[in-house]
Structures are given as structure tokens and as C-alpha cells.
Write a protein that binds this ligand. Structure first.
Ligand SMILES: CCCC/N=C1\SC[C@@H]2[C@H](O)[C@H](O)[C@@H](O)CN12
Length: 646
């Protein structure tokens, strides 16, 4: 009798406990994801939950490859994916919203759910991420030249409200409580840590209210800041959970002590644990040792913390979307966003991958199944190229603008690409005359009467180029944007000639400006198709083959239903932009590295004839037709030699 009574009491306790938990979950008939401040943990449906997340940015991977990359994240033992949402990707021009194909954010989120992953969204509006202007659309500078970005400036907030009024209603149905995988949403990005030196609490509080209005009151909102100095003091938003970010060189215990100063209770969270770091053109590729990475992750997980690895898979800044930084000098970011991540830019598991799965397996149940293999790569060999026209000849077919003073890219309505600024030297100058661009953003090729006289760079001395200018000489400045600064006080990084140009101290006026927006090839195709009219001009822009368009064809006869990923090797080429079919692969600059190949996803090619287009700005190995080629090879080279003089 005693035993029966004990069993009954035990059963009763279990039943009541289960009922209480079920009550929590189904009280409002919804699922729940909350913070348990009493036990310093997350609760999912009332049960303790810890996430081990990896960052994959959907806009740095083709939609065709999302299932593969997300599956690799899950099979590595991670249970969540984190991505930033890039405003400029979805609204390239005011009111022009893109949410399809490679910009189909909802599809990415639902694909993650299909791969048994929760989703953590960092919706900005500012995201940093080494993107052009930190993900903010360039047209904010066009519409409001004096705008104060990332503040409560109405010129900024009005557009933020409109953008979030489009984005957040798309996200609400995908929240965990509504049946979707989205468990948390981040407000802004490192607001206290990204060198703004302004703590506009009106701005950050406005964002909190805006997010609550669109996403409801129960969603976990969070911020992230580097936990040094006063960062968290400036970045913490009342009623929004503060998390930190730090790399494997830091002691997790000490870093989380900083978080505890602002969140005395609640889960420990490292929102960005780095397996690599930012690369810049002309610097060595940053890497970390697998053992150190695993040891660092183990130490974080042993503290029962939740963590996101930034990046799990970095992918590629296709097109001209990569940003830049301004430290001691201007530093532009390469097209590859490999980040020495556990899954390489081309989507292959690295030697870090199995080690991470092993350490995560100490804390979370691992999915069963074979580890993903390295995918085969295409070796399509040499592609012969021919010059199709000098840039100057091509540009002569485009509409231009005249103005007294030089205008910026933004004033001309150019997101990214080139602007050719032309003027006539008004008077006879002593030879040589000193050309000064004063504030060049970012790189300029200087031509006098159509002949290259020199190159000026923002990271160099742009204020003293000796040139020989006959009377009434034509001065052309081919100016390239290398990506807007993505962090800090230089975020409003206007591109082009942002101040006056002087020659021996004389201010040059009366400029003709021709924009060459380079976001896709449809524009260039139109121009090139009118080639016969410009064939009279010299085919190449400079004696070394720079400032010239080159085109070639390659045929893919794989029996494979689709072409294989491959890598574009540009031996002997200098610096430029490459397209395959109508897809802009991005900038190349093998002259300075560290990447000397461009990743070419199989999804941008097709069986049969494919076109390859290069806009080469500096030099081409085309003195002889036999040497004028590039190679599509089966391996990537992203830590190539960096010349000391760069
Ligand atoms: C204290 C300076 C912190 C700068 N933050 C960086 S540099 C690399 C990474 C990415 O930009 C990421 O988008 C940022 O959130 C954090 N971070």
C-alpha cells in the first residue's frame, strides 16, 4: 500500500509539472522563446535552451547553394544560423524593393527551418559586415547630403521607419512563436563599439519601439557590442538584452564579466566568435589555428553560454558590394569573404569542421549522417580574350553631365562603379604641372589627351602628381569606388571627386562627368553592342592594355546536369572587374592580393557557350594574342603573395 501511494504521489508530481510546462507553452496557443533571468538561460517552450549558431549571410551565397550551406551548418552540430539583413540589397533605389531569387530572405529563413536550424536575425538598419556603407543604401547620401547616419536625425529615421515597415511585417510570420524558426532579433549593430562616438539613446530607443510595434512584445530583442571601454554603456538599450562579441584571443570569463555589468542575470552570450578576421587588399589573408579555435569554443560552451561563430561560412561579396575601412589609411576589402571560416568560400568543409563538430558534440546532441564531402570543382582551362574597346571609347557612347564643379557618385546617382571626369586645361602650364585631387574617393587613372599620365590612390599621396599638359589639353580622371567605408565616423563615405581639383594651385572648373554604373553587364552589353561606332578609337585604353574591356567565350560540355564551381585565375592581369554571363563576380586585384582567384559558382554558368567579360583598369597580358587569356581552374588561391611596396 505504501509503495502504491508513493508511486501515485510521484505520478502526481510529474503530471502537475508537465501540465505547468504545457500551460506555459500553450497558454496563448503559441510556442515560446524567452529569457529565464532566474536561472541565467534561454527557455524554448519552457525548457532550458542554448544555441550554438553560425553566421551565413544569405546575400554572400547564391540561393541555389543555400540548402547545401545550411545543411553543412547543421551537420557540424550547430543548431542555429545567424544572418544580418542588408537594407541596400533589398532597396537598391528608394522604393524599389527586391525580395526574390538571391534576395529572397524569407526563402532563406524557411530553408533554415527545413534544415532543422533556428534563425537569429540581425536586421540593422546598420549591419557593418564589411559591406558598402555597412549595408546602408547609398541613396541616403544622395537624398540627404548632410544626413547624420545612425542617429535620431529625422532625415535618417524617416527612411528607417519606411524600410522597417516593409521588412519587419515579412519577418513576423516567421517568428518562433508564430511557427517559424526566428528566435531572436538584433537591434542595430555594435552601436556602442563602432567608433561613432555618439550615444544617441533617442535613436536606439526609437528602434526598440519600432521593432516592438512590428514584431510584438514577447520576441527576444538583443544588442551586441565589443565589451571593452564604454562600448556597452553606449550600446545597451533598456529592455533589450545586451550580448557581447570577442575572439579566441580573449578570456571568455573576463569578457562575460563585462556583459554581467549590464546584464547581471540572464544567459551569457557571445554573438560573434571569430574563426578568422577581416581581409583587405594588399594585406595577408587572416587565419587562425584550428586547435585554438576549438579550445576557445570549448571554453565558451563550458560556461553554459550561447554563441554565434562569425563566420561559419563567409562566402563572397559578389558584385561591387564589399566595403572598406579607414584606420591609419584607407583599406578596401576584397571580393572573397572566406574569413578562414569552417566552411570555405566555395562551400567546402575545412580541417576546422570535424574538430568543431566534435567539441559541440560534448554539449549538444549531434545530427546523424555522413559528414559533407568537398564538392568537385570544374577545371575548364584557358579562356582566350580579345579587347572589345577602350573604356574611353565605350564611355563616349554614354550620356554625360556637365557642371562647374566635379560631382560625387551620389550626386550622379551612381551606387558603385566608375565615373569619368573630363575637363580642359584652361591655360599653358609650366611642365611638369602638379595635379592635386585633394580628397579622392578612391582611385583615379589620370589621362592627358587620352594618354595615361599616372594613377592616384586614396591610401597614397593623391595631392601631387606631376603631369605634362599642353595648352587646352584634355584631362580625364577615371575614378573608381572601391567600396564605401563600413564602420566608424567615415561611414558617410561619398565617392568620386569630393573636393576641387587643382593644377599648380589653379582650381579646375567646367567638368563633364560620365557615369559607368557597374552593377550588372546589361548596361555594358548595350554599350558594347554599339561597338562599330567606336571601333575608330584605339581598341585599348593604355599601352599596357588598361582601361579596356575584354571578352571571351568558354564552352562547358560536362555530362553533369550543371556546371561545377570553378575559380577564375588572372595571371598577368592587374586590377578590374569580372563577369560571367550577366553575373558580376566582383573585383579582382591579383597585383596586390591576397586573393588572386575569383570564386565562380556553378550556378552562374550553363552547359554550352558561356561569356566572360573583364573590365581591366591597369594592365593586361595581351601584347600577343597567345598570351591574352585567363584560366578557370579547380582550386582557389586567396592567400597569395602581397607585394611589400603596396
Ligand atoms: C571595436 C571595433 C569592432 C569592429 N567590429 C567588427 S570588425 C569584424 C566584425 C564585422 O564587421 C561584424 O559585422 C561586426 O558586427 C563586428 N566586427
Amino acid at each position: 500500500k505504501c509503495i502504491c501511494a508513493s508511486f501515485f504521489v510521484l505520478w502526481l508530481i510529474i503530471a502537475v509539472s508537465f501540465e505547468v510546462q504545457l500551460q506555459e507553452v500553450t497558454e496563448s496557443g503559441n510556442r515560446s522563446f524567452t529569457i529565464d533571468y532566474d536561472n541565467n538561460q534561454f527557455l524554448k517552450d519552457g525548457q532550458p535552451f542554448r544555441y550554438v549558431s553560425g553566421s551565413i549571410h544569405y546575400f554572400r551565397v547564391l540561393a541555389a547553394d543555400w540548402p547545401d550551406r545550411l545543411k553543412k551548418l547543421r551537420m557540424a552540430g550547430f543548431n542555429a544560423v545567424q544572418t544580418v539583413v542588408e537594407w541596400s540589397t533589398h532597396e537598391p533605389e528608394p522604393g524599389n524593393y527586391l525580395f526574390t531569387e538571391n534576395q529572397d530572405l524569407e526563402n532563406f529563413i524557411m530553408t533554415a527551418q527545413e534544415q532543422d536550424l533556428y534563425v537569429i536575425l540581425r536586421v540593422g538598419p546598420y549591419i557593418c559586415a564589411e559591406r558598402d556603407m555597412g549595408g546602408l543604401p547609398y541613396w541616403l547620401l544622395k537624398l540627404h547630403p548632410n544626413i547624420r547616419l545612425r542617429t535620431s536625425d529625422p532625415a535618417f529615421l524617416n527612411h528607417v521607419d519606411a524600410w522597417m515597415g516593409v521588412l519587419l511585417p515579412r519577418i513576423r510570420p516567421l517568428l518562433y512563436e508564430n511557427g517559424g524558426p526566428v528566435i531572436m532579433v538584433q537591434v542595430e549593430n555594435e552601436y556602442g563599439s563602432s567608433g561613432l562616438f555618439q550615444c544617441d539613446y533617442q535613436y536606439t530607443s526609437h528602434l526598440r519601439q519600432l521593432f516592438r510595434h512590428h514584431l510584438g512584445s514577447s520576441l527576444v530583442l538583443f544588442t551586441v557590442d565589443n565589451p571593452s571601454g564604454n562600448n556597452l554603456r553606449c550600446g545597451k538599450i533598456p529592455e533589450v538584452y545586451a550580448t557581447v562579441d570577442f575572439g579566441l584571443d580573449k578570456d571568455p570569463g573576463q569578457q562575460f564579466e563585462q556583459q554581467r555589468l549590464f546584464e547581471p542575470r540572464g544567459p551569457l552570450v557571445n554573438s560573434e566568435f571569430y574563426p578568422g578576421w577581416i581581409d583587405h587588399w594588399g594585406e595577408p589573408h587572416h587565419t587562425t589555428q584550428p586547435e585554438a579555435l576549438v579550445k576557445g569554443l570549448d571554453a565558451i560552451l563550458a560556461l553554459n553560454a550561447s554563441v554565434n561563430m562569425y563566420m561559419f561560412h563567409g562566402g563572397t561579396s559578389f558584385g561591387l558590394t564589399s566595403g572598406s575601412n579607414v584606420g591609419s589609411k584607407f583599406q578596401s576589402c576584397p571580393t572573397s569573404y572566406d574569413y578562414d571560416a569552417p566552411v570555405s568560400e566555395a562551400g567546402d568543409p575545412t580541417d576546422k569542421y570535424p574538430l568543431l563538430r566534435e567539441v559541440i558534440g560534448k554539449y549538444l546532441p549531434l545530427p546523424h549522417g555522413p559528414l559533407p564531402p568537398t564538392s568537385p570543382k570544374g577545371d575548364y582551362g584557358k579562356v582566350a580574350l580579345n579587347a572589345v574597346g577602350s573604356l574611353k571609347a565605350l564611355v563616349s557612347l554614354l550620356p554625360s553631365v556637365t557642371a562647374f564643379w566635379p560631382q560625387t557618385f551620389e550626386e550622379l546617382g551612381v551606387t558603385s562603379g566608375l565615373v569619368i571626369y573630363s575637363t580642359t586645361v584652361p591655360m599653358r602650364m609650366p611642365d611638369p604641372a602638379r595635379l592635386a585631387l585633394n580628397d579622392l574617393h578612391d582611385r583615379a587613372y589620370v589621362l592627358v589627351n587620352g594618354k595615361l599620365a599616372g594613377t592616384l590612390a586614396r591610401e597614397g599621396d593623391m595631392s601631387d602628381l606631376p603631369i605634362y599638359t599642353p595648352r587646352h589639353a584634355t584631362l580625364d580622371l577615371v575614378v573608381e569606388s572601391q567600396g564605401r567605408v563600413s564602420i566608424g565616423r567615415h561611414l558617410n563615405d561619398f565617392k568620386g571627386l569630393t573636393t576641387n581639383v587643382t593644377l599648380n594651385g589653379h582650381v579646375l572648373m567646367h567638368w563633364q562627368m560620365t557615369a559607368l554604373p557597374l552593377t550588372d553587364t546589361s548596361h555594358l552589353h548595350t554599350v558594347i553592342s554599339r561597338l562599330p561606332q567606336v571601333i575608330l578609337h584605339s581598341l585599348t585604353g593604355t599601352p599596357r592594355g588598361g582601361l579596356t574591356m575584354y571578352s571571351g567565350m568558354f564552352n562547358i560540355t560536362d555530362e553533369d546536369p550543371h556546371p561545377l564551381d570553378t575559380f577564375l585565375k588572372l595571371d598577368g592581369w592587374g586590377k578590374g572587374i569580372a563577369w560571367v554571363n550577366d553575373f558580376c563576380l566582383g573585383r579582382y586585384w591579383p597585383d596586390v592580393g591576397p586573393q588572386v582567384t575569383l570564386y565562380v559558382p556553378g550556378a552562374v554558368m550553363h552547359r554550352g557557350d558561356n561569356t566572360l567579360l573583364l573590365l581591366e583598369l591597369e594592365r593586361a597580358p595581351c601584347d600577343h594574342p597567345d598570351s591574352c587569356f585567363v584560366t578557370l581552374q579547380n582550386h582557389h588561391q586567396i592567400n597569395g603573395p602581397t607585394p611589400p611596396e603596396f
